[in-house]
Design a protein around this ligand. Structure first.
Ligand code: NAD
Ligand code: IPM
Ligand code: MN
Length: 356
């Protein structure tokens, strides 16, 4: 396909996944019309419904097909009807691992006019980029169980950290910091996790020599949580391990105004496989079917996808539309939002079309 035609696989998934993904697609198509590109979408029926009907999570043949796309958009996976881990590990983590999506790019940015639970926080003080290692750490699934169900049960869950894996995400972090405010924070727990922490710490220290313009700091993950709330201006680029990155980005979502606002990209920087874009939030079973989900995170994730595909102008249109529409809401999600998910999606798509 030529440069202005892009093939994107859509896994709307479970719960509010389809509700917010519909809105992202409206926005993307509106941007395509305006900027002269076409996104050819292909829906993939994967997630809880498929699993409950057929027992399939991600057939090998489907994964092979997905590998041929330019990008993948996911809504959310995971539902209370399926035991935890089956869909999350079998679909989402499998794609992150198999497609070498080793960078989980999670911007945390307070937009003007968006209410934050942090009193007095202003947008100029809240613009962070979390780079979460996305293929290793405690997520790899090594470990096991002995004497299951007995009083003597033993369960282990290991954290795997390789020099190769740590170095590639840390290097990506330095490169990102070069294009931002020249500041990088390593987030870990080196005072307790002495083996993994030491590997991360030494890797950052060694790479820092190649980036003399960048100021490097270290924060233990617990203290970082404190400072993310009290002084988010301390942070520019944050590089961290898989599990810490998962946890601090839900906190970041709250700081920037809510779960419905936090976007993410699972990036394969070498482009050997398609990158995958999805909101930070999950399937939100507590609000599914009500029209209470804020689709901003899905639209902003789609913007990251457009950016990755080289459609920078389209990405900016989506970001500007979301930034324009959010301040008109009564709340950032839930029954008191002042608009339904669908209405909000229409407003965002209209704002894209009307932008001049
Ligand atoms: P969640 O992110 O789905 O929900 C947490 C809270 O945030 C809920 O109160 C929910 O109503 C609210 N929320 C989430 N998205 C929102 C939105 N767009 N607008 C307004 N409010 C929103 O997390 P959870 O409840 O811990 O997980 C539910 C399921 O989703 C689990 O199966 C979990 O494994 C899965 N999950 C999937 C992904 C993913 O697909 N990337 C991410 C996180 C969780
Ligand atoms: C996220 C989610 C996933 C994670 C789950 C669903 C596997 O919480 O994308 O933040 O832990 O990475
Ligand atoms: Mn998470």
């Amino acid at each position: 396909m030529d440069q202005r035609n892009h093939r994107v696989a859509i896994i709307a998934g479970d719960g509010i996944g389809p509700e917010v993904t519909d809105q992202a697609l409206k926005a993307i198509h509106a941007a395509g019309e305006k900027c002269g590109f076409r996104i050819h979408t292909e829906p993939y029926d994967l997630g809880g419904t498929r699993y409950l009907a057929t027992g399939e999570v991600l057939p090998d043949s489907v994964e092979e097909e997905l590998a041929g796309f330019d990008a993948i958009l996911i809504g959310a996976v995971g539902t209370p009807e399926v035991p935890p881990g089956i869909l999350e590990r079998g679909l989402l983590l499998r794609l992150r691992f198999d497609f070498e999506l080793y960078v989980n790019l999670r911007p945390i940015k307070l937009l003007p006019g968006v209410p934050t639970p942090i009193a007095g926080l202003t947008p100029d003080r809240c613009d962070m980029l979390v780079l979460r290692e996305n293929t290793e750490g405690p997520y790899v699934g090594t470990g096991g169980v002995l004497r299951k169900g007995t009083p003597a049960e033993v369960a282990t869950q290991e954290s795997v950290n390789t020099r190769f894996g740590v170095e590639r995400i840390v290097r990506y972090g330095f490169e990102q910091a070069m294009g931002r405010r020249l500041h990088l924070t390593l987030c870990h727990k080196t005072n307790v996790l002495i083996y993994a922490g030491d590997l991360w710490d030494r890797t950052v220290g060694e790479l820092a020599e190649q980036y003399p313009d960048i100021k490097v700091e270290y924060a233990h993950v617990d203290a970082l949580c404190l400072h993310m709330v009290t002084q988010p201006e301390r942070f520019d680029v944050i590089v961290t391990d898989n599990l810490f990155g998962d946890i601090i980005t839900d906190l970041g979502a709250a700081v920037q105004g809510g779960m419905g606002l936090a976007a993410s990209g699972n990036i394969n920087p070498e482009r050997t496989y398609p990158s995958l874009f999805e909101p930070v939030h999950g399937s939100a079973p507590d609000i599914v079917g009500r029209g209470w989900a804020n689709p901003a995170a899905a639209v902003l994730s789609a913007a990251m996808c457009l950016d990755h595909l080289g459609e920078v102008e389209g990405a900016t249109l989506l970001e500007e539309a979301v930034a324009g529409v959010l301040p008109t809401l009564k709340s950032m999600g839930g029954p008191d939002m002042g608009a339904s998910t669908d209405q909000l999606g229409d407003r965002i798509a209209t704002a894209v079309a009307d932008n001049d």
